[in-house]
Design a protein around this ligand. Structure first.
Ligand SMILES: Nc1ncnc2c1ncn2[C@@H]1O[C@H](COP(=O)(O)OP(=O)(O)OP(=O)(O)O)[C@@H](O)[C@H]1O
Ligand SMILES: [Mg+2]
Length: 364
């Protein structure tokens, strides 16, 4: 095992007219569990297939440690890949399907048995081991496919492309934690593709967010939540996503409409910016306090454990996540305060600064 490094790797399916994956330099570190997260069409599968060798990139080189594998076919790369739908030998038993990748590589018989039983036990396949795969329901077949991807010890990486799509939601939770357990056990480098933020956040050591063929941010789940580097990360991660409001930087202060909400931090030329703040970092009060943005309450969604207050600021939506005990009336004008360490400034969607509290509490 070793780091997997992409050096200027990019891919175009149409002779360079558009890039499904924009040329990027990127390292997948050995033994880490990554989630590759992004919306449909952003290039997740393209990236995975380039790592496994199913696809040869238009530009760039791929390194496994100090070995250049750019022109090495899939079979020579020693990668285990699990796809969205089951890939099995239907006539074979579950046991033989799990043993297949090991027999193929001439593992000793005793080790094969031990590995198959370990994976089978972890994935809850014990009672099905001697059934033919085609007799299983599609969800169970996919679990066997997953097992086939995880059964080997010496792979360079395990790549999983939305592996739980066909699995029953209740079982997904169990399988994800099993996957984590197997990862801890084996220490494989794992890249798990998903477009589901919950799946990504619960599973990975590091989440890599892909948009339009490029990585816009990577980090721990907490980093992506607390410190979004790109507006897209703010929207895509979090439920509901980050609020974004037009604002202005002038004289070192940040203004939303008439309200000064704090001091601008960062090398920021004056001019328009956008303020991003997650609903978790917005506080609502009826009294005029500084620094607060005046907004009209449009509605309150009661979510059980908390309420979401939906409001309008000069035609822009603003959502605050508040205690379930608080009362807010649709139509009322209230003041929305942004926690300084939870609000950020963006230009061209990229974070360009943050906000510090006003000294002495002055403001509009
Ligand atoms: N074989 C192909 N030929 C031409 N274009 C392709 C091909 N495969 C993918 N694309 C295009 O490349 C872009 C990236 O596709 P890719 O399948 O990598 O996205 P994805 O993130 O895996 O999406 P999804 O979540 O829907 O699986 C898309 O615009 C897609 O239409
Ligand atoms: Mg895909």
């Amino acid at each position: 095992m070793a780091d997997i490094r992409l050096e200027g790797v990019g891919h175009s399916y149409d002779g360079g007219r558009t890039w499904a994956l924009k040329p990027m330099t990127w390292t997948w570190r050995e033994a880490r569990a990554y989630a590759l997260l992004g919306p449909s069409g952003c290039g997740k599968t393209t990236l995975l297939n380039i790592v496994s060798g199913l696809l040869s990139p238009t530009v760039g080189r791929i390194w496994f440690g100090d070995r250049d594998v750019t022109s090495v076919p899939t079979a020579g790369r020693n990668i285990a890949q699990v796809f969205q739908f089951p890939v099995l030998y239907e006539q074979m038993s579950v046991y033989d399907n799990l043993a297949f990748p090991l027999r193929n590589r001439r593992y000793p018989k005793a080790e094969i048995d031990q590995r198959v039983r370990r994976v089978s036990q972890l994935l809850g396949l014990d009672e099905h081991l001697h059934r033919r795969s085609r007799r299983l329901d599609p969800g169970r077949q996919q679990i066997v496919s997953l097992g086939r991807g995880l059964v080997r010890s010496e792979v360079a990486a395990v790549l999983l492309d939305e592996p739980l799509t066909v699995i029953d939601p209740a079982l997904k939770w169990t399988l994800r934690s099993k996957l984590k357990e197997i990862h801890r056990d084996t220490g494989h480098t794992l890249i798990y593709v998903t477009h589901d933020q919950t799946e990504a956040l619960t599973f990975a050591d590091e989440v890599v967010v892909l948009k339009d063929g490029e990585v816009v941010q990577s980090g721990t789940p907490a980093e992506l939540f607390l410190s979004p580097a790109h507006e897209f990360v703010g929207h895509f991660i979090g439920s509901p996503g980050m609020n974004v409001l037009p604002a202005e930087v002038a004289g070192g202060l940040v203004r939303v409409g008439e309200a000064v909400i704090g001091r601008a931090v960062g090398e920021l030329p004056p001019g328009p910016v956008r303020v991003g703040v997650r609903p978790e970092f917005v506080r609502v009060s009826a009294a005029r306090e500084t620094p607060g943005v005046k907004a009209r309450v449009k509605g309150v969604d009661r979510m059980g454990a908390y309420h979401l207050v939906r409001a309008d600021v000069d035609g822009h939506d603003l959502v605050a996540k508040v205690d379930a005990g608080s009362h807010h009336t649709p139509g009322a004008v209230e003041f929305f305060h942004f926690a300084a360490d939870g609000a950020f400034l963006f230009r061209d969607e990229v974070r360009c600064g943050s906000i510090a509290p006003l000294e002495g509490g002055q403001g509009a």
